[in-house]
Design a protein around this ligand. Structure first.
Ligand SMILES: Nc1ncnc2c1ncn2[C@@H]1O[C@H](COP(=O)(O)OP(=O)(O)OP(=O)(O)O)[C@@H](O)[C@H]1O
Ligand SMILES: [Mg+2]
Length: 207
């Protein structure tokens, strides 16, 4: 079983969007996927609730359920969506299970500042220092034509963790979220540009 934690304490950085799409990708490849929702807002669980039944199965877990039930489905993958503001013991706990951590960050000064602080906190964790956990960054809602995108790219150059990809700001993410879909449940012709951007992330996961 592999566990991927999606984390950034900055609210709205794109955690749930990444978690639901990653879960959709892994399920589309035939993996048994458990989407673990650590957020009391339950956005990932609500997304699962909207998911049409005929699509590849993704199971859900949230804190109302018994921890033991997590392993019952014998998942190949745990994709963990974490809440805004996750610091301290809660972060340490969430990291216990993780093999990989993905940190989404948006091109804005507020987001980058908050993320810089979070990365310091991550770097101070023993499991990260000892390289038991891989940490990687993803730029989220990036419009390559903007000054903000250039600022994000300088920021990402300095953070010291690998940058997997930059995902553009696109309505297809919003539509998919509303319909309980991931990009990987949509017609390939609709996601051509998205797939180009996702490919390095998928290669990293498959490696
Ligand atoms: N690449 C994108 N293009 C367009 N909209 C996006 C993209 N990524 C995320 N969004 C939108 O941005 C908003 C915030 O994203 P999301 O809910 O994934 O963030 P979050 O980090 O989970 O937030 P929270 O901290 O509240 O849990 C959502 O409305 C989502 O649909
Ligand atoms: Mg969320």
């Amino acid at each position: 079983m592999k566990t991927i934690l999606i984390a950034n304490p900055k609210g709205g950085s794109g955690k749930t969007t990444l978690a639901t799409n990653l879960a959709g990708y892994l399920a589309s490849k035939g993996g048994r996927v458990l989407l673990v929702d650590l957020d009391r807002q339950r956005s990932a669980s609500d997304w699962l609730g909207r998911r049409p039944e005929f699509l590849p199965t993704i199971r859900g877990w949230n804190s109302q359920l018994d921890k033991k039930s997590m392993g019952e489905a014998k998942p190949d993958w745990l994709v963990v969506d974490s809440p805004a503001g996750m610091h301290g013991d809660k972060l340490t706990n969430a990291l216990k299970r993780a093999g990989q951590v993905i940190v989404p960050v948006q091109p804005s000064a507020f987001d980058m500042e908050a993320t810089r602080n979070f990365l310091e906190e991550l770097r101070a964790q023993k499991s990260v220092r000892k390289e038991k956990i891989e940490v990687a960054m993803i730029g989220m809602r990036v419009d390559a034509r903007t000054r903000a995108a250039a600022d994000l790219s300088s920021f990402l150059d300095e953070v010291g963790f690998p940058v997997l990809t930059l995902l553009r700001d696109a309505q297809i993410y919003v539509q998919a979220a509303g319909e309980g879909l991931s990009l990987f449940d949509m017609a390939p012709s609709r996601i051509v540009r998205e797939m180009e951007q996702w490919q390095p992330l998928l290669d990293w996961l498959d490696a």
